[in-house]
Design a protein around this ligand. Sequence first.
Ligand code: NAI
Ligand code: MG
Length: 507
Amino acid sequence: MNAASSTLSIAAQPEPSPTVAQFLRRAPRLLIGGEWVESRSPRTLPAIDPATGRTVATLADAGQADVDRAVAAAREAFEKGPWPDMLPAQREALLWRLSDLIEKHADELAEIESIDNGKTKFMASIVDVPGARNYFRYMAGWATKIEGSTLQTSFGGIPGAKFHTYVSREPVGVVAQIVPWNFPLAMAAWKIGPALAAGCTCVLKPAEQTSLSALRLGELIIEAGFPPGVVNILTGLGESAGAALVAHPGVDKIAFTGSTEVGKIINKAATDTLKRVSLELGGKSPVIVLPDADPAAVIGGAANAIFFNSGQVCCAGSRLFVHRKLYDRVLEGISAAAESLQLGPGLHPKTQLGPLVSRDQQERVLAYIDSGRTQGASVVTGGESVGHEGYYVKPTVLANVNPDMRVVREEIFGPVLVAQRFDDLDDIAAFANDTPYGLAASIWSNDLKAVHRLAPKIKAGTVWVNCHNVLDPNLPFGGYKQSGIGREHGRAAIDLYTEMKSVCIAV
Ligand code: NAI
Ligand code: MG
């Protein structure tokens, strides 16, 4: 590693609970057609605890034959069996049952998520696990509320004929869902929830770095009583299992969350079969602080916008723009907040910020910090790794940056903030929009006029005002520009998983 490493000591990771220890010993298996089966491929993958770098479990690494089996099982479940005939209210009840099981096993799921991803168990238990539970509950409600419309037509080609026309929404079919490692359980819920509400069947591929909570979710899906094949779960690598799913002719739709780089590969690969594709990709979201903002609220809010989940958040507020009137004060406050965060392993009760997800990610983030230094940025705080075992990076603030630096242009996906000062309100929209991304932004101000003038100028799928990272199952979420295609949550998510059918009846 190039970047400096601090010798600051990191607490030891406590042992897992007996329940989780037993779960971690489970044999590598895939969920196909309602059963846990062995992979046809002999390869396995390690599940690694980022706090220690140690392997805690072994995963199957699905190959083409497994992908074929899983897609066939999903197809069978979509076309035959109980799923297509199930009443919407029955799908609703199953989704509720699943959410109740998540609630029942919340503590265990939070522990699994912490060990697998590095985030604190506390965070997982107040964000990820209730987020997943609530998501399934919200989507359960949609199962009974999918609707079409009746329309009037003006077709005059057949004299005297009248038409009764309506538009209905039907499930799109078999969907492959590929998710990343930053919020593994919640991302699985965002994908599976609306697909099942709409009546689709799924093949889910969790990220190779964090597959454990998806496997536990698979057990709960069986326990909830979903018919076989409705949800299939394949652990495996992106370039093999993921790519095979994307190319598979038996898949009707791909839903992907992850890097813009892979999103582009998927979009191209899906062209051959013209699969439906929805993509939720990277970001470089601006946090814009206007001169009238309350500095205390800004400092807490902006620190949380970038350091929450160690900055491994697609909509993290990673570019800070502060009006010169408040710049010094806000920068000082955020840096102090960064320094006060207690780094440590996720299961330790005193930890406030865990390690990054993997050695790769730690090295990527440190390399970005180095590139910032080389290109002339100054490190206000942080800028180094900590400890020897785990994948820790200190929360970092970079100043004296310019819009051409890699740290300003590219998604770092770590606890690294780049801070810039601005003088003129007329310039700020152009600064904020000077990025290939457009996932989210936040504006900090109580000046109603200024906020309402600025919000429409920001090219982003979400604009928060005096808050950041507020996500709700009912609020559409997704990106402008290279941050993606389509919107998840709410009615928009149901639209992603349904096809429109126009029915025209001569009467
Ligand atoms: P990635 O985009 O490669 O991984 C996300 C998912 O895509 C994983 O399940 C992976 O197995 C799968 N995948 C990878 N290559 C694939 C392919 N060719 N076909 C089908 N599926 C494939 O992200 P990675 O490499 O883990 O992280 C690299 C960078 O991506 C991060 O530093 C971050 O900047 C960005 N990223 C952004 C995320 C977001 O939510 N916006 C989430 C994860 C990563
Ligand atoms: Mg990758």
